[in-house]
Ligand binder design. Structure first.
Ligand SMILES: Cc1cc2nc3c(=O)[nH]c(=O)nc-3n(C[C@H](O)[C@H](O)[C@H](O)COP(=O)(O)O)c2cc1C
Length: 163
């Protein structure tokens, strides 16, 4: 049984599977992260092979209805969201390997973000802005792009890497 923050969660987002540039580079990063976190379980999600669901009507209806503690048991509509959030909560570190698609994240990564970034559960809106509710942890992101996305010679928008 995996306990709190006992894992390294890896997300691969390229449709190219093992041929992906991002995944091959992430393999090397993963080795280094394992050395930093001895004893951590590796949890691997290939988001392209098994994409998260797009959020649906039930999700938007129920995401505000229940107190945080009751969400998982009360509603089926947020079950997938709870599972994916649970994987984040269990992670000491997160490694995301992603290509740029049309200047931004691939649709499968956006689908994961929409499942995991949930008001009242992983962040809250306050008078001073949106505030995260989960403890911070390192997130390592490997990005692969066909064109230049950084530096003076970049000639395309980049909605993926700016913070
Ligand atoms: C649908 C699609 C959209 C893409 N959009 C961009 C883009 O906007 N900018 C860019 O530099 N490369 C773009 N590319 C190229 C990929 O980012 C590039 O080939 C990258 O190395 C792929 O990484 P991967 O091997 O990890 O999948 C696109 C590729 C695909 C398939």
């Amino acid at each position: 049984m995996v306990g709190p923050a006992d894992t390294i969660l890896r997300l691969d987002c390229s449709p190219k599977g093992r041929d992906a540039n991002s995944s091959q580079f992430a393999d090397e990063v993963a080795v280094k992260l394992s050395a930093l976190e001895p004893g951590a379980w590796q949890v691997h999600r290939d988001l392209a092979a098994t994409p998260p669901s797009f959020i649906d009507r039930g999700f938007t209806r129920d995401m505000n209805l229940f107190p945080v503690a009751a969400v998982a048991s009360v509603t089926q509509t947020l079950r997938e969201s709870e599972k994916l959030i649970g994987e984040v909560e269990s992670a000491r570190r997160i490694l995301i390997a992603t290509p740029m698609h049309n200047y931004t994240v691939p649709a499968v990564l956006k689908a994961w973000i929409d499942q995991v970034v949930r008001v009242g559960r992983t962040f809250e809106s306050t008078p001073v802005g949106k505030v995260g509710l989960l403890p911070d942890r390192p997130v390592h992101i490997v990005v692969s792009a066909g064109g230049r996305i950084v530096g003076d010679r970049a000639r395309q928008p980049d909605f993926l890497t700016p913070i």
